[in-house]
Design a protein around this ligand. Structure first.
Ligand SMILES: C[S@@+](CC[C@H](N)C(=O)[O-])C[C@H]1O[C@@H](n2cnc3c(N)ncnc32)[C@H](O)[C@@H]1O
Length: 267
């Protein structure tokens, strides 16, 4: 295989998605899911957060994700009937006033049509229901990753192909821009904040974080005009890995920085 999508990262995702998990804990705190709430975990991935939500509420819990590989991992890790998992993108939900909460961690940036997705979320929620998202924000969503990508842009092994990359993500610069999207879809925004999170990690740990999510964009041939060959995928990973090593300081660690939007809104 010459490229990655979420099905390709699914089997390692539970081990590598450490930053998504810590961000999800903050979003769970913000959402305060009630004991009997019916919850849709949108862009649920391999379902580890869906299972945490299952422990919080006795209501119905559904996980939806367009990646068959992610949903297959999610089903493997859950007791039959405990949580319902469906292969479906946010843009194509067909629920009608069935949930009290839509929970969406580290997935909003991937939505191909966020306006349509938010309309389907609005329909899925009961009147007064709440939606909460956490997602990387700003064009420089991670100064650490973007610095490594600058090496990819310059390196003779990768520059000729990388110039054909068309980023798939939605990254907005300000809280107000996210708020506008939700308001256009009929939501009342209750809370929004872009936070900057900094952690010290080894270069290999930073690469693992990169490989848990970002790689599914940077190495998906669908996001390159004309695709790419096997050699590019290998060279890309070598350049990114080396960049993290070069960025390490004397103690062998580097700063992993992310800007993250947290937003909660009511339907
Ligand atoms: C980084 S993972 C996050 C998974 C999980 N929510 C977590 O926090 O660990 C991003 C997920 O978004 C999903 N995704 C991509 N496009 C989507 C869409 N249009 N609608 C819903 N989910 C989407 C991907 O398949 C992937 O499983």
């Amino acid at each position: 295989m010459s490229g990655f999508d979420f099905s390709a990262v699914a089997s390692r995702y539970e081990q590598t998605s450490t930053v998504q998990k810590s961000a999800a804990e903050v979003l769970l705190q913000l959402m305060q899911i009630g004991e009997g709430d019916d919850v849709l975990d949108l862009g649920c991935g391999t379902g580890h957060i869906t299972r945490t939500i299952r422990e919080v509420t006795s209501g119905r819990v559904v996980g939806a994700d367009p990646s068959p590989g992610m949903i297959s991992e999610a089903e493997k890790g859950s007791k039959v009937g405990d949580v319902i998992f469906i292969v479906r993108p946010a843009e194509e939900l067909d629920f009608r006033e069935e949930f009290d909460v839509v929970f969406c961690n580290s997935a909003f940036q991937w939505f191909r049509d966020p306006r349509r997705a938010l309309k389907s979320c609005q329909s899925a929620l009961r009147p007064g229901g709440r939606i909460g998202i956490q997602a990387p924000a700003r064009r420089i969503y991670s100064p650490t990753f973007i610095a490594a990508i600058e090496w990819v842009r310059e390196d003779p092994r990768t520059c000729g192909t990388f110039c054909r990359f068309q980023p798939p993500w939605l990254f907005l610069e300000k809280e107000e821009e996210y708020e506008e999207l939700f308001q256009e879809a009929g939501f009342k925004v209750l809370f929004s904040r872009i936070e900057t999170v900094r952690e010290r990690r080894t270069p290999e740990e930073v690469f693992r974080v990169f490989a848990s999510g970002a790689i599914a964009g940077y190495l998906n041939p669908a996001y390159y005009e004309g695709g790419f060959d096997e050699a590019y995928a290998g060279a890309f990973q070598d350049v990114v890995r080396d960049a993290f090593v070069r960025m390490a300081e004397e103690d062998g660690s580097l700063e992993l920085i992310f800007h993250r939007i947290y937003l909660v809104a009511r339907s």
